[in-house]
Ligand binder design. Structure first.
Ligand code: NIG
Length: 409
């Protein structure tokens, strides 16, 4: 089955050459993109969709969410809006509610959040454990997550549960808990922050998870300067997320991890497989909801760091799955261009999940950009250009969504 989408006013590919095509068309065959180019030259297909002069983007790649939870933290949010600060301790409230919710309801809640995200143009999603915080509930969260999203991250090192010794809990995270979640996850994360895990504990978690064959990500430098960014680069993590409080040396370390990297060939960087460095993932909705300074996205890009934008959908610090809101904020308040912000929310997210490249042979198709052979994850806006995402803030602009070639909205 093939589908021709034609009469596209603006096709923002986010491919290696960052091409933007006018009066364009795209052909989907099965789950892959099989052709793109000028509408006048498009081949025939089994069905045709008239885009009506709208803009077509890659679907959003949301590389940082916490969707496996129950309960509500409205009161904490209200207190914050009245002037109280955010601290990691609120995680315990969600942990209590999550532990006392059965598998069926926890799965239903997560599926609802995924559906909400997809209806707004998100086509590839990561989510984390981290509201179980004991062996049984972390394994349960990982198992449920593996049935509802594309990529699962183990975040047993989210908070030391009340009454537990931090060193003993870290040993649990690095030992029996890691073994229990391992069948369901490809990634591991640690909340390296005051009030959560210190440098030594974070190092233990990152080493144990590396030894278990997991890719790494780090929650770092969210509430103050600290060792998170440097640790992420040292361990070759795929991303360090939050990055609100950065010293010059942190930006230098991130930029250094990308030195010489060539996106076309995927070679030249220093840190990770395929020459990739450590992506800085900015979470602007979280920054606003916690009244933290917005992450310095402009400075990071100018230094040569690869950037991702993600929703950080969670009940404590960022209860939204709207990637469009993140893009709008990145343009209006972080001083990214529309093209840069869309790139960070598509290709950048894919890079943070190391899914930006792939091929037709092994079926691990690239996501986050529109090119022949990539997964057909497409987002048609109800607007003639992507600029409208920032020009018309708050207006729901998703007109149609294809996820792996299937019409999802
Ligand atoms: O990414 N920072 C740590 N984890 C989440 C917040 C979790 C919570 O407060 O429930 C975040 O912001």
């Amino acid at each position: 089955m093939s589908t021709l989408i034609t009469n596209i006013a603006e096709l923002m590919t986010q491919d290696a050459d960052r091409r933007v095509l006018r009066d364009a068309a795209v052909v989907i065959e099965g789950e892959r993109i099989s052709w793109l180019g000028a509408a006048a030259e498009a081949p025939a297909a089994d069905e045709a969709v008239d885009a009506g002069g709208r803009a077509l983007l890659p679907g959003w790649v949301d590389s940082h969410t916490h969707l496996i939870f129950a309960g509500d933290r409205t009161a904490e949010f209200e207190a914050r809006m009245a002037g109280e600060g955010y601290s990691a301790g609120g995680i315990a409230v969600t942990t209590g509610a999550t532990r006392s919710t059965g598998d069926f309801d926890l799965t239903r809640l997560a599926m609802g959040r995924v559906a909400e995200a997809v209806s707004q143009g998100t086509t590839y999603l990561e989510t984390k454990t981290g509201y179980g915080l004991d062996v049984e509930n972390e394994a349960r969260s990982a198992r449920i997550a593996s049935t509802v999203v594309d990529e699962v991250t183990y975040l047993g090192a989210h908070l030391v549960p009340a009454g537990m010794d931090a060193e003993e809990y870290t040993s649990l995270v690095c030992g029996p808990m890691l073994a229990a979640v391992r069948p369901y996850v490809h990634w591991a994360d640690v909340f390296c922050e005051r009030g959560a895990f210190n440098e030594d504990q974070s190092r233990r978690v990152l080493q144990a998870c590396t030894d278990a064959g997991l890719g790494l990500r780090v929650h770092g430098n969210q509430l103050g300067e600290g060792p998170g960014v440097q640790l992420a680069v040292e361990f070759g993590a795929a991303s360090v997320d939050h990055v609100n409080y950065l010293a010059a040396a942190d930006i230098d370390a991130l930029a250094g991890s990308w030195a010489g990297w060539d996106p076309a060939s995927g070679t030249g960087g220093s840190a990770g497989p395929g020459g990739r460095g450590t992506v800085a993932t900015c979470l602007p909705a979280c920054d606003l909801s916690t009244r933290q300074p917005l992450a310095p996205g402009r400075a990071l890009l100018d230094a040569g760091v690869q950037l991702a934008l993600a929703s950080n959908c969670n009940p404590g610090t960022s209860y939204t799955s709207s990637m469009a809101f993140c893009v709008t904020t990145a343009v209006l308040q972080m001083r990214l261009s529309v093209h840069e912000a869309v790139r960070a929310a598509t290709y950048g997210g894919a890079l943070a999940l190391r899914r930006e490249s792939g091929n037709d042979v092994d079926g691990e198709r690239a996501v986050g950009s529109i090119a022949v052979g990539h997964r057909a994850d497409l987002h048609l806006l109800n607007a003639p250009s992507a600029t409208h995402l920032a020009y018309r803030p708050g207006i729901p602009l998703t007109h149609a969504v294809w996820r792996a070639g299937v019409r999802a909205r």
